[in-house]
Design a protein around this ligand. Structure first.
Ligand code: DGP
Length: 140
């Protein structure tokens, strides 16, 4: 498959752009994020150019997730964070800045000030139920 030349992550896959690669296999590459929000912030990207969760083939995703787990275990062992967030953005409304499928492994420390946490507020039951019904209709 021809790689979109304009895609920065495809250029990392083809080694036209250097990166701090940690591990790779047939389906994915894990490398250090160039704009880390914390020490040990890693990206796992598909080698295949899929834009996001909507178009990555499910079998590819299935093979990538164990690599995400391996990287998370390594980040946990090396940086000893208080926790780890996996983050995977889809579309501009979700602040996806690189339209090539990737998963962030972000080590977290209590009170690290990262704006990824939200307060737990109970939702309105009738709205939750109505939304569940709309989704079940699509998932059926
Ligand atoms: P997102 O905004 O969720 O699409 O995340 C894209 C991430 O990719 C962002 O944290 C910065 C990182 N990034 C962008 N360009 C490069 C690059 O050329 N090299 C590396 N290592 N990371 C990059």
């Amino acid at each position: 498959m021809a790689l979109p030349y304009h895609c920065i992550f495809c250029r990392i896959v083809s080694r036209d752009v250097p990166s701090y690669i940690l591990t790779e296999d047939e389906d994915c590459i894990a490398f250090m994020d160039i704009n880390p929000v914390a020490p040990g912030h890693v990206l796992i990207i598909s080698k295949h150019h899929a834009e996001n969760i909507f178009d990555i083939p499910a079998p590819t995703l299935q093979r990538i997730m164990p690599v995400v787990q391996r990287v998370a275990l390594a980040v946990n062992a090396v940086f000893l964070p208080d926790g780890i967030n996996l983050l995977q953005a889809n579309g501009p409304g979700a602040a996806q800045s690189v339209p090539h499928f990737h998963v962030h492994v972000v080590p977290r420390w209590s009170n690290d000030g990262l704006g990824m946490n939200w307060p737990l507020r109970p939702g309105e039951r009738s709205a939750i139920e109505a939304n569940a019904e709309r989704l079940r209709a699509v998932l059926r």
